[in-house]
Ligand binder design. Sequence first.
Ligand SMILES: Cc1cc2nc3c(=O)[nH]c(=O)nc-3n(C[C@H](O)[C@H](O)[C@H](O)COP(=O)(O)OP(=O)(O)OC[C@H]3O[C@@H](n4cnc5c(N)ncnc54)[C@H](O)[C@@H]3O)c2cc1C
Length: 388
Amino acid sequence: MLIDKERQENIDMIKKSIKALCEEFPESYWREKDDNKAYPEEFIEKLTEEGWLSVLIPEEYGGSGLGTLEAGIILEEINRSGGNAGAGHAQMYTMGALLRHGNEEQKQRFLPKIATGELRLQAFGVTEPTAGSDTTNIDTVAVREGDKYIVNGQKIWISRSQQSDLMLLLARTTPKKDVKKKTDGLSIFLLDLNDQKDNVDIRPIDTMINHSTTEVFIENAEIPVENLIGEEGKGFKYILSGMNAERMLIASESIGDGKYFIDKAVQYANERVVFNRPIGQNQGVQFPLATSFMEIEAAELMRDKAAMLFDEGGKGGQEANMSKYLASEAAWNAANAAMDAYGGYGLAKEYGVERKFREARLYKVAPITNNLILSFVSQHILGLPRSF
Ligand SMILES: Cc1cc2nc3c(=O)[nH]c(=O)nc-3n(C[C@H](O)[C@H](O)[C@H](O)COP(=O)(O)OP(=O)(O)OC[C@H]3O[C@@H](n4cnc5c(N)ncnc54)[C@H](O)[C@@H]3O)c2cc1C
């Protein structure tokens, strides 16, 4: 599957624009945010202002109606520059559930404001402490009372809840014991975090990366029925289609990370002289970089295939999963190859590699762990017996 000429030209233009924007936010900017565990407000504002976070929203709702491939290229280029697209990626794709499964009134009500950034939909509330990767086992419940749902439960690792006006929330609306399939009886909602701030307690989690992630305690929060997305009980199916898009976009960030590591390490290996020759002349330094480069190129092809299939009509679930796995593993290998090439200097904050090393590690774990992808491939593609 090859990208056609016109689309490629547009992609090249996007890359150029994002590169220019990112030059205004050099590595020192990201280091300072990381040191202070601060949210990169200025960067996100600039991305929003220039319309880059609304590219997946159709033009009729105020976005630019581009594809997942183009959205991925934006995130890739941010990470390649040394930035961290994770701070804004959810504003791009969380609205996908609303776009694909919401009704017209909901789309008119929310999408134009999400497109301008007036409404921040940066929080995606799925994970819970007890259920972990076993999403259908969540305990958060939403019980209908007249024209609203009353929600109780606890979420963990919900990123950017403090930088969001709305949270896309997954909750159980029919108890597990009363459904035929465990994937039934789950629903998705738009929870208004400003309106419900007395019922939603958000507590930041201190992590090894600057990711604005939080624990969320929900006690008798109210959600009007008009904020239920799609049909009650079908939420699991809806979030899966969104998750496929998310996986390709996360793969794109990993590809950007991988390219960052290779760019930096190659430059360093050409310049650093030890034993009277550049360290890059040693095959022990060259080969891990060459291997990583090939792995990143291969992951990029899988990402392109996944994104094009998705853009053609919501297909490409298998490829989306595989691209997330391949890209996050390739980025992690590149992170280690860069660390090795930098020797002791890799550990010095000033060079940027150690921050990106920490950041690149996340995507082996989130939004889905690579073990779960291996399990998906084993069962659904290879036809091996189900293991859980
Ligand atoms: C910084 C950060 C940001 C996040 N942001 C969000 C967010 O915005 N919204 C959200 O909903 N979630 C978010 N997450 C949660 C993330 O999606 C989960 O951490 C991830 O899905 C894994 O769940 P868990 O941590 O409970 O691990 P567990 O499910 O407890 O798994 C632990 C380990 O066991 C392995 N394991 C478990 N079961 C099996 C099995 N059957 N076979 C093989 N291996 C298995 C896993 O692969 C993993 O290696 C975030 C996480 C982090 C760290």
